[in-house]
Design a protein around this ligand. Sequence first.
Ligand code: NAD
Length: 370
Amino acid sequence: MASRKLFLLPGDGIGVESMAEVKKIIAYMDKELGLDFECEEGLVGGAAYDAHGTAISEEDMKRALAADAVLFGAVGGPKWAKVPYEVRPEAGLLRLRKDLGLFANLRPAICYPSLASASSLKRELVDGLDILIVRELTGGVYFGEPKEIIDLGHGQKRAIDTQIYDTYEIDRIARVAFDLARTRKNKVTSLEKHNVMKTGILWNEVVTEVHDKDYKDVTLEHMLADSGGMQLVRAPKQFDVIVTDNLFGDIFSDIAAMLTGSLGMLPSASLGEEDKKTGKRHALYEPVHGSAPDIAGKGIANPIAMIASLAMCLRYSFLMGAEADRLEKAISAVLDDGVRTADIYSEGMKKVSTGEMGDAILQKFKTMVA
Ligand code: NAD
């Protein structure tokens, strides 16, 4: 079988430190398990700016486009606060999202039992929580035109953002949500506001049509987004897959993140359109957190979000569900053993460095494979 092409972009700050732990796991899978990964590494963000004067070089963009999947660390930091806007570190990530056509953002909210007490909700509400938020990433109010501030005179201004969705944008994100639901608990909840928004009416119609035509076996539920938000903190375990637009998805995925405790634990995936001929799609996997300049270089960052992003990559880009399950179980088992980086530490637990956490997860993974 052809090798699996991974392109690694560690970026800046703790992106580099967390990616080092992922590299250990990939090296083990490659050499010891014979999974045949072909890894290349490039520069993005401030690191790319320092080397090339741009947030990502054309050469690295080509390598990202040629890869089966991109693993991305994090970008940014005070060192690059004054660089020109077009080449600021974040521009590298935006360019990747745009050129790879990453329209579907997947944010799981999984609550590991041994961390349930770190949630802002009661333990019984979040213990064992496993939901997936599928957010439309390239349309909606963040991109719609007109988008401007007009000076009306007399000390008054008018700010305009435009929420726009076309049928095809809703159709393709709904299909991603239904496909993923089939690999989980087979339920999709679609959130919009059809009571006050035209885009909500179209969203509701298109999701229903896609369901009735091709996904009758999946349970579909519609909820008004405000009510869905309330349910998300009242009884989050009622959800399996939530599909929603760019704005609501942005907000709800951050709320869902807090249900699970720490920023250092949260992976994400962004997927592009499926190539009808090869069945492949561009994909980028990254932790939700940033480059954490306040702790960068200290060896104390939690690498779990980055390692869990690798697990998502195995599952969605390489269809290696069994290995993804093992990696996620290894993370869970290490947490059950009381091993903690500083951000998730509580009294009586064993405090470890970034490298020690990565090693502990790899050791567990090895014993599970054997
Ligand atoms: P951040 O996510 O980097 O950090 C927020 C807080 O959480 C910090 O106190 C940090 O120490 C802590 N934290 C984050 N990840 C952690 C981990 N894995 N282990 C332990 N603690 C962790 O957000 P910020 O401070 O708002 O932003 C810092 C820089 O990162 C900025 O330049 C911002 O633009 C950039 N950023 C990049 C991305 C990305 O690359 N996708 C995302 C968000 C922010």
